[in-house]
Every structure is written in structure tokens, then in C-alpha cells.
Unconditional design. Structure first.
Length: 360
């Protein structure tokens, strides 16, 4: 066997180190996942009803996705009876807050800010009921509830919630059309305990404000807003409800449309439209749909339900490491499933899809 010279041995060692470095860089590029925090379930305020001076409010930060670790900061807010015109409460930055006299005739909300090395995001919790000022004034024992599908043309029905106070108590309903963040909820002019969703509600969230009134005064209670209202589909009644499917049925991610396609910029949001059917070819309404890029190079939307035409629409934002290259594609894992089913064995379906990229 020929013995290596010192020069050849050194060259071989350099080559081996170079190959190892290339391999490590490639592995890092594939496995790297940098994602700013994204809220997947809204924060909430937990307290014992009825709310009054001295009540202790506790923060539930909700659930978040993103690069770990994630740190959380809290800010309690004093708002009007509509949950708007909110002001920060001085020194109220902990996970709990005790109601004080200055809070009477107001509602309380909470901002939760999640931050990690890739960014931060703030989401606001829904308002408490109005804190009463007078003895015998109506106080909320449980909030109003809304039932019905958040689809244009569908009818929503509201309850008054439960109240205590001097009898009799009368109730007035005022429907509101809110922005997605629930920071602006103007009245839309509708009253009564039912409301049919209008075309102008698409892309918004709807809630009801209940005014409870007796001889001691009036208090306001706010229902939790609906999901984002979807456009009315043209399925002509051909869709089936996800809740009507039975064990053994399967969901099919039938179509996924990206716009733009190909993607030419990291700064331009990508609109995605997904259509879900069952294994018999029927469009499925009320199925939850999740999607995530693999590797994670875009924001991941909060799972939402398909509308009456079996579709759901998302807008996702490319991250700074989203690759813009000619002849390259980014993959996404899309899953449709029925709410409440077990992760394994439930009515579900998944598919890998991709969108092309191109240097402009």
C-alpha cells in the first residue's frame, strides 16, 4: 500500500472538513424554522360572576405558535361599556387584576403580548361585562350567547345571558359588526334577538350587546364575537355539514389555489383558497382547516371552518427566509378535520401542496 505524503494527508483533511461544513449548512437550511408568535386561541379573562368592585380577574394568555421560547407580557385596560376607548390601567401588568372603584360603569379588557427572537404580536381579550355602580342595578351572571353559522345569509340567534338585580329587568339587543381584532365594534342598526348576516359583514366578526335595565339603572353585557364571517357559497344546498359525517368517512383537500402564483416577493401577502370535499364528492361545510409551510417560512393561519361552499380563505405572510428562486417551490401541509375528533382516527384528510417562486 502506498503511503500518503504529509501534503496529500493535509489536502484530504481539508476536503473532508469542507464536505462536512457543506452538509451542516444544508441541514441547517432545511431544518431551520424561524416564526414570530402567532395566536391560535384568543386570550380571555377568567373571573367569578357577578363582577364587582373587589373581584379578582385572572389572565388566560390563550395559545400561541412560533419559535420557542415565547415570553408573555400583560396590560390591563379600562374601557367603555362597548369594550372600546380603552386606556391602560397604571401598574396593572400582572397575570391578575383586582377591580377598583374607578372601574365602575366600565368594562375591563386585557392585552397579551407574545414575543420571541423572531418578533412579537399583541392580541386583546374580549371585554368583561360592565361593572355596576348602584345597588340593585342589573349584574351579569353569565354572558349573552350567539348561535348560528358565521356565513353571509345565515341567521344568528342571541340569548340575553343571565342577570341579577331589582325586578323586573328588561332587555335590549344591539348587534355590532366588529373588525377581526375586536377593537372596533360599531352598531349595525339591527335589534332583536335574531340577525341575518349581510354581505357587508363578510370578513368581519359579529357580536351582540345586551342592555339590561331596571329601576336602579342599566348595565351592558357583550357576547363573544362570532368567527370571521364567510361569503355565501353557491353550492345550491349541495354541501354537507362536517358534523353529519360518521366514523369511516374521510375528508379530501380537493383544491388549493395560491395568489400570486408564482410568488415573487417576500413582502407581498399570499392569498390561499382551499376547497374541502368528503370521499363521496360532496362539498363539506364546517370542517376546520389548518395549513403550515414545510419548513416554516410563512405565517401559519389560525384554523377556520369551511363555509357553505366547502371553502376557506387565508392570507399568509412570507417570512424573511422565504426562498425566492427560479424553478423552486415551497411546500405546505394542509389538513382538514372535524372539530372535537381525536387526532388519530377522526374524520380528517391531509395533502401536501406547493406554490412556485420566481425571481422578478
Amino acid at each position: 500500500m502506498r503511503k500518503r505524503t504529509p501534503r496529500l494527508a493535509a489536502a484530504a483533511a481539508v476536503a473532508a472538513c469542507g464536505a462536512l461544513a457543506v452538509l451542516l449548512v444544508a441541514s441547517s437550511a432545511v431544518g431551520r424554522s424561524q416564526t414570530a408568535p402567532s395566536n391560535t386561541k384568543e386570550p380571555s379573562i377568567i373571573y367569578v360572576y357577578p363582577i364587582q368592585v373587589g373581584s379578582v380577574l385572572n389572565a388566560n394568555k390563550g395559545t400561541w405558535s412560533g419559535t420557542q421560547p415565547i415570553d408573555y407580557a400583560y396590560q390591563w385596560l379600562r374601557c367603555n361599556d362597548n369594550g372600546e376607548s380603552c386606556n391602560k390601567i397604571t401598574n396593572a401588568t400582572g397575570t391578575s387584576y383586582t377591580v377598583v372603584n374607578a372601574d365602575e360603569t366600565h368594562t375591563i379588557r386585557l392585552d397579551v403580548t407574545a414575543s420571541n427572537k423572531d418578533g412579537d404580536a399583541t392580541v386583546r381579550a374580549n371585554a368583561t361585562s360592565e361593572i355596576p355602580k348602584k345597588q340593585g342595578q342589573p349584574v351579569e351572571l353569565s354572558p349573552p350567547q350567539i348561535s348560528g353559522q358565521a356565513v353571509v345569509g345565515e341567521q344568528l340567534t342571541a340569548t340575553t345571558g343571565n342577570w341579577r338585580g331589582n325586578q323586573p329587568i328588561s332587555y335590549t339587543f344591539k348587534w355590532q359588526s366588529c373588525n377581526v381584532a375586536i377593537t372596533s365594534c360599531p352598531a349595525n342598526g339591527a335589534t332583536g334577538n335574531t340577525y341575518t348576516l349581510r354581505a357587508s359583514d363578510a370578513g368581519k366578526r359579529v357580536r351582540v350587546k345586551v342592555l339590561a335595565k331596571n329601576n336602579a339603572g342599566e348595565s351592558a353585557g357583550l357576547a363573544h364575537p362570532t368567527a370571521i364571517v364567510k361569503e355565501q357559497g353557491g353550492g345550491g344546498g349541495s354541501s354537507v355539514a362536517a358534523s353529519s359525517l360518521v366514523a369511516g368517512d374521510r375528508l379530501v383537500v380537493n383544491q388549493v389555489h395560491f395568489s400570486p402564483n408564482p410568488v415573487t416577493s417576500q413582502s407581498t401577502p399570499i392569498k390561499v383558497r382551499i376547497e374541502i370535499k368528503d370521499d363521496k364528492g360532496k362539498l363539506v361545510r364546517g370542517a376546520l382547516v389548518s395549513m403550515v409551510s414545510t419548513p416554516v417560512v410563512t405565517s401559519s393561519p389560525t384554523p377556520a371552518e369551511t363555509d357553505s361552499n366547502g371553502t376557506v380563505a387565508y392570507t399568509i405572510q412570507p417570512e424573511s427566509d422565504f426562498p425566492i428562486r427560479n424553478g423552486y417551490s415551497v411546500q405546505f401541509y394542509v389538513k382538514a378535520y372535524r372539530q372535537g375528533d381525536p387526532t388519530l382516527g377522526g374524520v380528517a384528510g391531509a395533502r401536501l401542496v406547493q406554490v412556485g417562486t420566481k425571481v422578478p
